[in-house]
Design a protein around this ligand. Structure first.
Ligand SMILES: C[S@@+](CC[C@H](N)C(=O)[O-])C[C@H]1O[C@@H](n2cnc3c(N)ncnc32)[C@H](O)[C@@H]1O
Length: 230
């Protein structure tokens, strides 16, 4: 079963992903940080790219609160169908896309890129494309938010890497979700992403991944990146 099939199955009979209408809390903290520090004028007609948008809760928040023009991409037909049904907005374009393929967008055209726990499932060659494309389409001075699975302190991740190895470095094949996921140590994340954008803030938080009626403790990196190219 491919990652795409597994995610579709997940949206049809949800055990893990949220179908909530509320925007993700750590993403909201990132937006507050941008606003508080006046890094960008969020009300100035910005363009946002939401990678792996799921049911569109974060895309909708940006369009609804800030009048942003938003591209919400996901490779699950079921997610896109739900985003269009529950979080439709004139300023949002939801599209069925794999974020490991080249982005059909102009260079320097996006103010904010969101990756809210979406790129974990990319393999190494897809991740190279995704990183190169994020750096290309983000405007100079633009920001990216990445919420991703952390390796440090996450016993569940370490057990899965040993028991269900995914074939590439620090990956496992999630036994229930049936998706191959990468987890990042802090130094590995910085080394990789700093080749494309500057990591300006990075913090680790504990969260809980619900699976059916069970809840698993997981660690996540919340990373704020800036495009410093001139
Ligand atoms: C954990 S969910 C998060 C959804 C959304 N970002 C949110 O915060 O509600 C991860 C999402 O990434 C999508 N995804 C995973 N790999 C992808 C890929 N290669 N291309 C596009 N979407 C992908 C999945 O279909 C799923 O909707």
């Amino acid at each position: 079963m491919t990652n795409q099939h597994s995610w579709n199955r997940e949206y049809q009979d949800s055990q893990l992903v949220t179908q909530s209408h509320k925007p993700q809390k750590d993403f909201l903290r990132f937006i507050k940080w941008i606003k508080h520090n006046k890094h960008l004028d969020l009300y100035s007609g910005i363009t946002v790219l939401d990678l792996g948008c799921g049911v569109g809760r974060n895309s909708f928040y940006m369009a609804d609160h800030y009048g942003a023009r938003v591209y919400g991409w996901d490779f699950s037909e079921d997610a896109i169908e739900k985003a269009q049904r529950f979080h439709a907005h004139d300023d949002i374009t939801y599209q069925l896309r794999n974020i490991g393929n080249e982005f059909p967008l102009d260079s320097d055209s996006i103010d904010i890129i969101l990756d809210v726990t979406s790129s974990n499932a990319l393999n190494e060659s897809q991740r190279d494309v995704y990183l190169r494309e994020c750096a290309r389409v983000l405007k100079p001075g633009g920001y990216m938010y990445v919420r991703t699975l952390a390796k440090e302190g996450d016993k569940n991740a370490q057990t899965m890497i040993k028991e269900f190895p995914g074939g590439e470095y620090d990956t496992y094949h999630h036994p229930q979700l049936k998706v191959t996921e990468r987890v990042f140590s802090g130094p590995d994340f910085k080394k990789l992403y700093n080749q494309y954008l500057e990591v300006v803030r990075m913090e680790r938080k504990t969260g809980y991944q619900r699976w059916g009626s069970q809840s698993y403790k997981r660690n996540y990196w919340n990373v704020y990146l800036k495009n410093n190219k001139v």
